[in-house]
Design a protein around this ligand. Structure first.
Ligand code: A3P
Length: 289
């Protein structure tokens, strides 16, 4: 089985197809009313997307399904030969647009800053994120084989995974909060109190929906509901791209699964690395609910 290798840009490993399209990506022209969903991979992108979709469609599930077929918030850096790229898809969308990226602040197309777009960032604690990414790479054939859990641990803490270092990503976006319109959310908060976090998203988007609609959005964006939705669970994606007999796309959706993976020694080493890499940052993560 041949797995795709990553290519580095500015020291950050990325998919080769993205690098082939790098000029188009960097020259992307944002619009002032764009909303950009920003995440490090495996931090709850699909979840927040669904929440934003439901808010955009005023909680109308049917309209949401239709919107999903039509656009589904293009990932700006997505590229595959002979297919419209993320940039092409974004350019073809009517405004106001909701777009998506996993790029760090250092690699974001500059136009997003210049146009003063709204950024919706979702962060997930590094340990659960690492576990989720490991299982994702096992089943996602468009990414490198993760190797053993021990090997993956090293790749992750050294930023040798697609889209680079979790630490740089989270620190970079955390530091934009006072200079830009950023709503910074945590996966763990959405899990603990979805309604409260969904309300924040709604307000950030300038919408006002009633309590009943908010309650419906909470229900419709639960892990169980989303996992059962073929438009979301990737059950239609070919096994040669995602082999869900290895691990499912909607895998567990919990906080604290890291405890089932990290050995005591790995956890100690991780804590040391974390302290060093996040020194001076005021960001705080919840590691269990
Ligand atoms: P796990 O692998 O820990 O289960 P992304 O969408 O950024 O790729 O993130 C995927 C992670 O978010 C997966 O984590 C997935 O299960 C989780 N997830 C997706 N939808 C969710 C939901 N509605 N509630 C909780 N977690 C969700």
């Amino acid at each position: 089985e041949s797995r795709k290798q990553l290519v580095e840009v500015a020291g950050v490993p990325m998919k080769a197809t993205t690098i082939d399209n790098w000029t188009q990506i960097q020259n992307f022209e944002a619009k002032p009313d764009d909303l950009l969903i920003c995440t490090y991979p495996k931090s709850g992108t699909t979840w927040i997307q669904e929440i934003v979709d439901m808010i955009e469609q005023d909680g109308d599930t049917e309209k949401c399904q239709r919107a999903m077929i039509q656009h589904r918030h293009p990932l700006i850096e997505w590229a595959q030969p002979a297919q419209p790229s993320g940039v092409d898809r974004a350019n073809a969308m009517p405004s106001p647009r909701t777009l998506r990226t996993h790029l760090s602040t250092a690699l974001l197309p500059p136009s997003f800053w210049e146009k003063r777009c709204k950024f919706l960032y979702v962060a997930r604690n590094a340990k659960d994120c690492m576990v989720s990414y490991y299982h994702f790479q096992r089943m996602n054939k468009t990414l490198p084989d993760p190797g053993t859990w021990e090997e993956y641990f090293e790749s992750f803490v050294n930023g040798k995974v697609a889209w680079g270092s979790w630490f740089d990503h989270v620190k970079g976006w955390w530091n934009t909060r006072d200079r830009h319109q950023v709503l910074f959310l945590f996966y763990e908060d959405i899990k603990r109190d979805p309604k409260q976090e969904i309300r924040k998203v709604m307000q950030f988007m300038g919408k006002s929906l009633g309590e009943a609609v908010l309650d419906k959005i909470v229900r419709e964006t639960s892990f169980e509901k989303m996992k059962a939705n073929p438009m979301i669970n990737r059950s239609t994606v070919s096994k040669s791209i995602m082999d869900q007999s290895i691990s499912t796309f909607m895998r567990k959706g919990t906080v604290g699964d890291w405890k089932n993976h990290f050995t005591v020694a790995q956890n100690e080493r991780f804590e040391d690395i974390y302290r060093e890499k996040m020194a001076g940052s005021s960001i705080h993560f919840c590691l269990e609910l």
